[in-house]
Design a protein around this ligand. Structure first.
Ligand code: F6R
Length: 608
């Protein structure tokens, strides 16, 4: 989603704004711009496409002001043109905005009737005009903002720069994240800690409904009612993480390869490895024994992690689980039991639909756990319990290491519930904990055979459609495989529960259709093999991901086999995720696609 940055500096701020915007690139964007005050006068530069276009423009036509705002735009209202790029400005104020103003049409009509002229297709422009209108009525900037904010409906974050005001920036937050950073005689605004990491590690996150008035030496927070309010300063670790690609061509490749390490780190946080026990770093927020039903919600890849966890909670904790897509769940009239439990899963901790699901569950009187990768995110802060995934910053837009870390946390939670409910005995707990502990080693082993996947990707890059099939926990992984492939390589792919094949998708099978079958040796392997044979019988191109035993037996029927280590089936999904991710990555790279920033996608989806 859009990225916001603002700097009240001691010298020219354009290069700092650009640097911060680069750190926000991972969120996905299609145009960018900055504005500064030069001699007190608002001046803007904006460009379509990637930041290098804006950088080139600034090299030709520099901006030298000591105060400014910047933006990477992910288009919602209006095409990704230079004219629609932020900042949007009048002769009084410039604004950058993340989110959606739902009532912009009514506001635009109202302001048009008063003589305001609109020159873009965006919803953002109404914010500039609304504030300008208040200022034309004699209000000072702070008053005008306080007057205008309550009129804006939707989820958004804003940064505002005023003509002639060389020591003033205003930020506002309603539903989309925004943080203030503190420097030495400088002050910053940013969508997240990563954007501000080059400047400071001391931050304050705005709460929902807050706005903040900044000068170089002060930050005054006001709450939704416009009343002064104290907000806590925190230290962030974001600056400690090197946000570079290391020796890899893409962040995504680096992040795939980091998985053994970050999954191990995450598991270590939830397990007592020497005792062979689960040891959560927090108390469960409910009485696990009395719990009747668990809800797990998420979007995209996080939803597939939730779907995988359902198998574990049912099996180890004998707990009924509803898995919900955030965007559906939040608008259904779900009878959630008071005192029950909802777990939300999100890398960013800001996804609008997942956040709304969390708030809905809380409003129904449920306890909540947020499995999040960004420890300072809104979900992590609002849930009763924040269960951290310790994947480190995930920069590639497609989720990889966050996904496997989500699985690691959810697996540990399932075991903890099993113990607490008395459905998992000590012996089985120890067995399963040692299975979890072995996963990073298996992951590292699989990564050594990346070349084989690259070879397979050569063939896959020539096809139009691909099917992924799996049963048990390989079913959500089949869905994940198809999602990864289509979002990165733009090759059409579908994932199915292997048993569903004959209920429709089998009609698609012909000699041009590659079918990737995820077949770890588990309780349903025989059934998966039957489904595989149904594909072979119809001339489909079989690609098997399985362990050496199956590889030996079925290599003849398959066009390609990716051989996985022999391992217990319970948590094999974390290891089988690796070839699934690598297939998507290499196919995308071979097709010349941008694996880190696929078209139209955003890392943090803060709009509905
Ligand atoms: C796919 C992907 C997305 C995200 C989804 C939720 O590779 O990354 O499907 O999983 O947008 O994002 P978070 O986890 O931040 O809530």
């Amino acid at each position: 989603m859009c990225g916001i940055v603002g700097i009240l500096g001691r010298g020219p701020v354009a290069s700092g704004l650009l640097e911060a915007l680069k750190r926000l690139e991972y969120r996905g964007y299609d145009s960018a711009g900055i504005a500064t005050l030069e001699g007190g006068k608002l001046t803007r530069r904006r460009a379509e496409g990637k930041l290098k276009n804006l950088e080139a423009l600034l090299a030709k036509e520099p901006l030298l002001g000591p105060i400014g705002i910047g933006h990477t735009r992910w288009a919602t209202h209006g095409r990704p043109t230079e004219n629609n790029a932020h900042p949007h400005a009048t002769d009084k104020v410039a604004v950058v905005h993340n989110g959606i103003i739902e009532n912009f049409r009514e506001l635009r009509e109202e302001l048009r009737a008063k003589g305001h002229k609109f020159v873009t297709e965006t919803d953002t422009e109404v914010i500039a005009h609304l504030i300008t209108d208040a200022m034309q009525n004699g209000m000072k900037p702070v008053e005008a903002v306080a007057e205008s904010l309550p009129r804006l409906k939707g989820a958004f974050a804003l940064a505002l720069l005023f003509n002639g005001e060389e020591d003033l920036l205003i930020g506002a937050r309603q539903g989309a994240p925004l943080a203030v950073g503190y420097g030495d005689g400088e002050i910053y605004l940013g969508s997240d800690a990563l954007a501000l990491a080059p400047f400071t590690d001391t931050l304050t996150y705005l709460e929902d409904g807050d706005f903040v008035v900044l000068t170089r030496h002060s930050a005054e927070f006001r709450d939704a009612r416009g009343l002064p309010v104290e907000r806590r300063k925190i230290k962030t670790l974001a600056s400690a993480f090197m946000v570079d690609k290391g020796n890899y061509r893409h962040f995504m490749a680096k992040e795939i390869h980091e998985q053994p390490e970050v999954v191990a780190r995450t598991l270590a946080h939830y397990l007592d490895m020497s005792a062979g026990r689960v040891a959560l770093p927090f108390d469960l927020p409910v009485d696990a024994k009395k719990l009747q039903r668990l809800t797990i919600a998420g979007c995209g890849t996080a939803y597939f992690a939730a779907l995988t966890a359902k198998y574990w909670f049912e099996r180890f904790a004998r707990l009924a689980v509803d898995v919900e897509i955030g965007s559906e769940f939040r608008y259904r009239d779900v009878p959630l039991e008071e005192g029950g439990l909802t777990i939300v899963v999100s890398q960013s901790g800001e996804t609008a639909d997942t956040l709304a699901s969390l708030r809905m569950a809380k409003a129904c009187g449920q306890k909540t756990i947020a499995v999040c990768n960004v420890a300072t995110s809104t979900m992590a802060r609002e849930a009763d319990v924040a269960a951290a995934t310790l994947a480190g910053p995930e920069i590639g837009v497609a989720s990889t290491k966050a996904f496997t870390c989500q699985l690691a946390v959810l697996a540990a939670l399932a075991l903890a519930f099993g113990r607490a409910r008395g459905t998992l005995d000590e012996v089985n707990e120890a067995r399963l904990v040692s299975e979890l502990m072995a996963l990073p080693g298996f992951m590292a082993e699989v990564l050594k055979h990346e070349m084989l996947v690259e070879k397979l990707a050569h063939d896959l890059s020539k096809v139009r459609d691909i099917l992924y099939l799996g049963r048990g926990t390989s079913y959500p992984l089949a869905l994940e495989g198809a999602l990864k492939l289509k979002e990165l390589s733009y090759v059409h792919a579908e994932g199915y529960a292997a048993g569903e094949l004959k209920h429709g998708p089998i009609a698609l099978i012909d000699e041009d259709m590659p079918v990737i079958i995820l077949a770890p040796t588990d309780a349903v392997l025989d059934k998966t093999i039957s489904n595989m044979q149904e594909v072979a019988a119809r001339g489909g191109r079989l690609i098997l991901i399985c362990d050496p035993r199956q590889a030996q037996d079925f290599a003849r029927d398959a066009e390609a086999v990716i051989v996985m280590p022999l391992m217990p089936p319970d948590f094999a999904a974390l290891v089988y995720a690796i070839p699934v991710q690598l297939i998507a990555y290499h196919t995308a790279v071979l097709l010349g696609k941008d694996a880190d920033q696929p078209r139209n996608l955003a890392k943090s989806v803060t709009v509905e």
